[in-house]
Design a protein around this ligand. Structure first.
Ligand SMILES: Nc1ncnc2c1ncn2[C@@H]1O[C@H](COP(=O)(O)OP(=O)(O)OP(=O)(O)O)[C@@H](O)[C@H]1O
Length: 550
């Protein structure tokens, strides 16, 4: 119990500065609702007792009083609803912003090691659940408690024996529901996990459709999808089974309560201990109490299901962020080069060593080509230089300052990186080039495209610079995508160029354009080019053979 209460409290703490306002208006919303329910329950008592006894003396005053209370409760609930929702919306916006910002601050290794489909599906599910927690779950779980307490007071004033009996049955109902809370939570967690797996399989099929068709993998991947689908259906069915059982149990409690109340009430009216009006008012209040007890019993397990999602988001938000750190210091009075790797050791987590005592010195405005067999660590050198990964040992510096001293943003501002498969965002060509410098004018974009030998092919496309490149640039050839990425790098105008050349898949014409663009780009810059071909090596004034320095 203590554990559950602390979970509820911690989840409320997460609202931060909105917490106090949220709680005040959650409570006043509950009071407004139950005020309306109570006055509606009591009005028939006044009318019935007056007509049965023929005494209309105080009827008018009482009716005015109840009508006034009803109106006040109504106004309270409307005002509370508005402020409560505003509070929730503000929190939702903050939560989505925090998750989005966190994603951009996580290290590259996190994304390389997780499946994008699964990550996305789990995240969307958890965010929706966390939002639902504050939007409706707290309200649905706590409003019945407020209703229960506020209904019990007039009930006790009307008849305490019958009220005690009803409270006892209601308590049994809540305890029975609470006993299922852990199972509901587990079923929710398993269903969420299975749903994420299912979405991982769908993403694989959608993203790899060409490979699937080429290698006729339809059956293999469909089989995997079917297994994930079966697992999801099994878990969802289990969750539904628990829900159906709870519903049946709660209906049983409702019937039991009504029978007990009717029998006991009839006996009391017969023996003259109560009036018809009181019996009707008690019946109305009793149904409100039973509804409250059942709702609280049902909603509490669901509340913990939503809290589980919030906890997952919290652990995501507290994950270790990207830090650039350099293991060793450079001794003083050394001859400094512009880019320097000194005795660098590196291996990816749990993998074999990629770089071992790796040394490299590049002078300012020097253009060096990095060659070596596939998988020897060429792209890894770029990833270290960009601060995507930290070296295990050794020292990496730019212009005499270690990467750590620059920090991630300043470091990446100094580097224009053109990967083997540049990523183009869904949108126009102009927008994609503009990422290099969001302040650039249209003329500057055209200049960059011309320098990257991209202007001519862009002008031949329908709409020119307004041409929409498709998902990840799928409506452009690989050579065209590379030239758009080079134009983007031109706009960035960074002093260091890292070019992971991928001309091997290009025809002679495209390769010529890409190399011509690269040649323009590296003018008066310090550049590192990964190249496997003589044509690429030709651009450089130094060759660094990775296998020879490892
Ligand atoms: N994110 C990663 N996690 C684990 N291992 C990785 C990761 N990225 C690369 N590797 C491994 O590190 C080694 C070096 O990879 P890298 O991409 O640097 O090679 P490369 O020389 O650029 O290869 P290629 O010429 O084929 O592009 C390879 O054995 C590769 O399998």
């Amino acid at each position: 119990m203590k554990h559950y209460l602390s979970q509820i409290k911690e989840a409320l703490d997460y609202l931060g500065k909105e917490k106090r306002l949220y709680l005040v208006f959650l409570l006043s919303l509950g009071l407004g609702y139950s005020g309306m329910a109570i006055t509606i329950s009591l009005i028939p008592q006044v009318l019935i007792d007056a007509s049965v006894s023929g005494n209309y003396e105080h009827m008018k005053e009482k009716l005015f009083l109840y009508a006034g209370l009803f109106f006040m409760s109504f106004l309270t609930s409307i005002l509370s609803q508005y402020i409560y929702r505003r509070c929730v919306l503000r929190f939702q916006a903050g939560l989505r912003r925090s998750v989005m910002e966190k994603k951009t601050r996580l290290p590259v290794s996190y994304f390389e090691n997780s499946h994008s489909g699964e990550f996305l599906s789990q995240m969307i599910y958890d965010i929706n659940k966390a939002e639902e927690l504050y939007r409706s779950k707290y309200k649905e779980a706590f409003n019945p408690i407020v209703a229960l307490i506020t209904s019990v007071i007039p009930m006790f004033l009307l008849d305490h024996t019958l009220t005690m009996l009803l409270l006892f049955i209601s308590l049994l109902c809540v305890l029975a529901n609470a006993a299922f809370s852990e199972r509901v939570k587990t079923a929710g967690r398993l269903t969420a996990g299975a749903s994420a797996k299912l979405s991982e399989r769908s993403t694989d099929i959608l993203s790899g459709i060409l490979t699937i068709k080429e290698y006729q993998l339809n059956e293999v991947l469909s089989g995997k999808f079917r297994t994930a689908n079966k697992e999801y259906a099994g878990n969802a069915l289990n969750r539904e089974k628990i829900g159906a059982f709870l519903e049946a149990m709660n209906s049983g409690f409702t019937v039991l309560c009504s029978i007990v109340f009717l029998v006991a009430g009839s006996v009391m009216v017969q023996s003259g201990k109560t009036t018809y009006g009181t019996l009707v008012a008690l019946m109305n209040l009793e149904s409100s109490i039973i509804w409250s007890a059942l709702s609280a019993g049902k909603r509490f397990p669901e509340l913990f299901d939503n809290i589980a999602s919030l906890e997952r988001i919290q652990s995501f938000l507290t994950m270790e962020e990207e830090v650039i750190h350099v293991p060793d210091r450079l001794e003083e009075n050394q001859n400094q080069s512009f880019i320097e790797f000194k005795n660098v050791d590196f291996s990816y987590k749990n993998n074999r060593e990629v770089l071992n005592h790796f040394n490299m010195q590049i002078n300012q405005n020097e253009v060096a080509v990095i060659t070596g067999r596939s998988g020897c660590g060429k792209s890894t050198i770029f990833k270290l230089l960009l601060g995507f990964y930290n070296a295990d040992k050794g020292y990496i510096a730019i212009d005499g300052k270690s990467l750590e001293e620059y920090g991630a943003n300043e470091l990446r501002q100094m580097i224009a990186y053109i990967p083997q498969r540049p990523y183009l965002f869904y949108g126009t060509i102009e927008k994609n080039i503009r990422f290099g410098n969001p302040q650039a004018s249209f003329e500057q974009i055209v200049q960059a495209a011309k320098a990257a030998c991209a202007h001519d092919f862009i002008m031949e496309l329908p709409g020119g610079y307004d041409y929409v490149v498709g998902d990840k640039g799928s409506k452009l050839s690989f050579g065209q995508r590379q030239r758009i990425a080079i134009a983007r790098a031109f706009l960035k105008d960074a002093p260091i160029i890292l070019f992971d050349e991928a001309t091997s898949g290009l025809d002679y014409e495209s390769e010529r354009f890409v190399l011509q663009a690269a040649e323009q780009l590296i003018q008066n810059k310090t550049a590192l080019i990964i190249s496997h071909r003589e044509s690429g090596v030709r651009l450089c004034n130094r060759k660094i053979e990775i296998s020879s320095v490892r």
